[in-house]
Write a protein that binds this ligand. Structure first.
Ligand code: NDP
Length: 329
């Protein structure tokens, strides 16, 4: 048994309150591998968990954190030895299993990936679930035929975690990127990541009543959902695809079959959570070598557990820019 520091979210009446507390590894769920967490990160889903969203986390008190990178402290399985550096993202981590906002997690071995040689633990969490998801979106688009010759690729919610990494990765892979944002003042940030065109979010909000829009995009990574997503579908070029991964603009949209049957476009769903571990591992390998980003620090802010609640408020308000790395010390 050992004591460790963790962010604990408790239900107090109608409110959900986050505090940094001492916990004990004996309180962690049963599992194959005990990991001393060094870094975690902030994703939108963590903010939902920290603010009492019962679709993400059913029971409180709870320690969120869907991402964790650290060192194996105890292992009941042959694949992992004490001292191995490992990454865990998704599955139930941080949802109903005590997550990466604690200095220790205990999880099934089937959730754990060895750190790829080309990424440090810190770099892996600068990317985190956001980076993994951005990579999965681009991989799926390429599997559907996207190449730089297809034309400009749109990224919505571009200043967010998934969006900013998608802009940087697409640029790294030779695509011309149009970045859509609601934050007019962040044009320079997006240009530094490689965006060649900035598209105001409002440009994508009109047209929900139209069956089709002018062909514009050779492909798209959509992190926001809602009517914006379907407006993007309606403005894809003939045969192009959009990868859909997020819901910050809403979970529903008004749709018709027209773009699909007139332009042969594709709407591709992306999930980073329940994806088989072998696929996650292959994507981490890609992110560590062929798709490695050199500018990760430029898109992240580093916080301690004590500073995390403020960042959680910002991400919930849609005000965060780039990524938040959580250093657990
Ligand atoms: P962030 O909050 O970092 O980014 C979301 C971005 O969406 C914001 O920065 C903002 O960008 C834009 N946005 C915010 N509010 C609105 C709004 N009302 N209407 C339109 N755009 C809005 O979140 P993440 O990058 O962590 O996650 C993005 C989305 O992807 C979330 O919905 C998350 O749940 C989902 N996700 C899904 C995964 C999967 O496996 N499918 C994995 C990871 C995330 P801007 O101001 O630049 O427009």
């Amino acid at each position: 048994m050992s004591q460790f520091k963790a962010l604990l979210v408790s239900a107090e009446g109608e409110a959900f309150v986050s505090r940094v507390v001492e916990r004990d590894t004996a309180e962690l769920p049963a599992g194959d591998v005990l990991i001393r967490v060094q870094y975690s990160s902030l994703n939108y889903k963590d903010a939902l968990s920290a603010s009492g969203n019962r679709g993400v986390t059913r029971n409180y008190p709870h320690t969120p954190g869907i991402d964790a990178a650290g060192v194996v402290a105890e292992s009941a399985v042959g694949e992992f030895a004490v001292g191995d550096e490992v990454i865990v993202t998704g599955y139930d981590l941080g949802m109903n299993t005590s997550g990466g906002y604690g200095q220790y997690i205990r999880v099934p071995a089937s959730w754990v990936i060895k750190r790829p040689a080309g990424l440090s633990l810190r770099e892996s969490m600068l990317l985190g679930t956001a980076g993994l998801t951005a990579a999965l979106c681009i991989d799926k688009l390429e599997q559907a035929g996207l190449t730089p010759a297809a034309g400009q690729v749109l990224v919505t919610g571009a200043t967010g975690g998934v969006g900013s990494i998608a802009v940087a990765l697409l640029t790294r892979l030779g695509y011309s990127v149009a970045a859509s944002t609601g934050k007019a003042e962040q044009g320079e940030f997006l240009r530094q990541l490689g965006a060649q065109q900035i598209v105001p979010r409002s440009d994508l909000q009109d047209g929900a009543d139209k069956a089709m829009l002018k062909e514009r995009w050779g492909g798209a990574v959509d992190t926001v959902g809602g009517d914006i997503l379907f407006n993007v579908v309606k403005s894809l070029r003939y045969g192009a695809s959009v990868a859909c991964c997020g819901l910050t603009a809403g979970i529903g949209f008004k749709a018709s079959v027209m773009p699909f049957i007139l332009r042969g476009v594709n709407l591709l769903g992306v999930d980073s959570v329940e994806l088989p571990l072998v696929v996650k591992a292959s994507m981490w390998d890609k992110l560590s070598v062929q798709w490695k980003l050199g500018n990760l620090d430029s898109l992240a802010e580093e916080v301690t557990l004590e500073q995390l609640p403020k960042a959680i408020e910002q991400i919930l308000a849609g005000k965060l820019v780039g990524r938040v790395l959580v250093n657990l010390g």
